[in-house]
Design a binder for this molecule. Structure first.
Ligand code: C5P
Length: 230
C-alpha cells in the first residue's frame, strides 16, 4: 500500500502547523525541504514529529562521506523517517550515509537517492561532464549505484518509476513527486502523472504539495488523492 506524503512547502513553522492541523488525520507523513528547514531549523522537524507525524527530510545531502555520515546521524537523532542524498556523491558517500542510518536500528531513517534532477536536460548534463549518457541512462546508472551502495530507495519522476521498479529488487522504495490528481492544476510541473498511474507503476510513496496545501479544503483534497491511490 503506497503512502501519501504532503510537501510542507511553506516558510514558517506556524504555517506548517496550521496546514497539518487543517489536513488532520488524513495525512501522517510530511516532507520538509530546504525552504522550511533553512528558515526554521531542526525545531520544525521536532514540531512535526511531536504531532505524531512521520518526516521526510529532503535536504539532498551531497558532500564528502564523513560530513554526510555525520549529517545523517543528526537526522537520525531528530527521528527523521526518510531523507535524501545525491547519488552523484558517489559510492563511498552513499555507503557512509547508509552506515550512519543503520546505527538507529529499527527506527533508522531510510535513505533515498536523487539520481538526476528533473530540471536537468542532456545539454545540462554535458555541461557538468556527463557526455556519454542520455539523462535516462544516467538515471538508471545512478539508481543501480545507489541501491548497490546501500540506499533504501530513489526519488524519481512518475515517468521513470515503471522502468526502475521493474529493474530493481523488490523492497526498494520509489518516491515520486510530480503527481497531480485527475483534473488538478499542473503548476510548474512539466511531466505529471495521476496518483493511480504512479501507484500502478510501482511508486511506494507519492509526494504532493500544492494540490493539497493550496486547496480550499486541504483535508478533502488529501482524501481525494488517497482515494485515487486506491
Ligand atoms: O506542489 P507540488 O506537488 O508540485 O510539489 C512537489 C514537491 O516535490 C515539491 O516539494 C518539490 O520541490 C518536490 N520535487 C519535485 N520534483 C522533483 C523533486 C522534488 O516536484 N524532481
Amino acid at each position: 500500500m503506497a503512502e501519501l506524503i504532503a510537501a510542507l512547502d511553506v516558510q514558517t513553522r506556524k504555517e506548517a502547523e496550521d496546514k497539518i492541523a487543517a489536513i488532520g488525520d488524513a495525512v501522517g507523513f510530511y516532507k520538509i525541504g530546504m525552504e522550511l528547514f533553512t528558515a526554521e531549523g531542526p525545531d520544525v522537524v521536532r514540531a512535526v514529529k511531536g504531532l505524531g507525524k512521520k518526516v521526510f527530510l529532503d535536504l539532498k545531502f551531497h558532500d564528502i562521506p564523513r560530513t554526510v555520515e555525520r549529517a545523517v546521524r543528526s537526522a537520525g537523532k531528530l527521528g527523521v523517517d526518510l531523507l535524501t542524498i545525491h547519488a552523484s556523491g558517489g559510492r563511498a558517500m552513499i555507503r557512509a550515509a547508509a552506515g550512519a542510518a543503520a546505527e538507529f536500528g529499527a527506527s533508522a531513517p531510510r535513505i533515498l537517492a536523487v539520481t538526476v534532477l528533473t530540471s536537468l536536460d542532456e545539454s545540462d548534463l554535458r555541461d557538468i561532464g556527463v557526455a556519454m549518457r542520455t539523462p535516462a541512462d544516467q538515471v538508471r546508472a545512478a539508481a543501480f549505484l545507489a541501491v548497490a551502495s546501500g540506499a533504501d530507495g530513489l526519488v524519481c519522476s512518475p515517468r521513470e518509476v515503471g522502468a526502475l521498479s521493474a529493474a530493481l529488487r523488490s523492497g526498494t522504495l520509489f518516491v515520486t513527486p510530480g503527481v497531480r490528481p485527475a483534473g488538478a492544476a499542473v503548476g510548474d510541473q512539466k511531466r505529471v502523472a495521476t496518483p493511480a498511474d504512479a501507484v500502478r507503476d510501482g511508486a511506494t510513496h507519492l509526494v504532493v504539495g500544492r494540490p493539497i496545501l493550496a486547496a480550499p479544503d486541504p483535508r478533502a483534497a488529501a482524501r481525494a488523492v488517497l482515494a485515487e491511490m486506491g
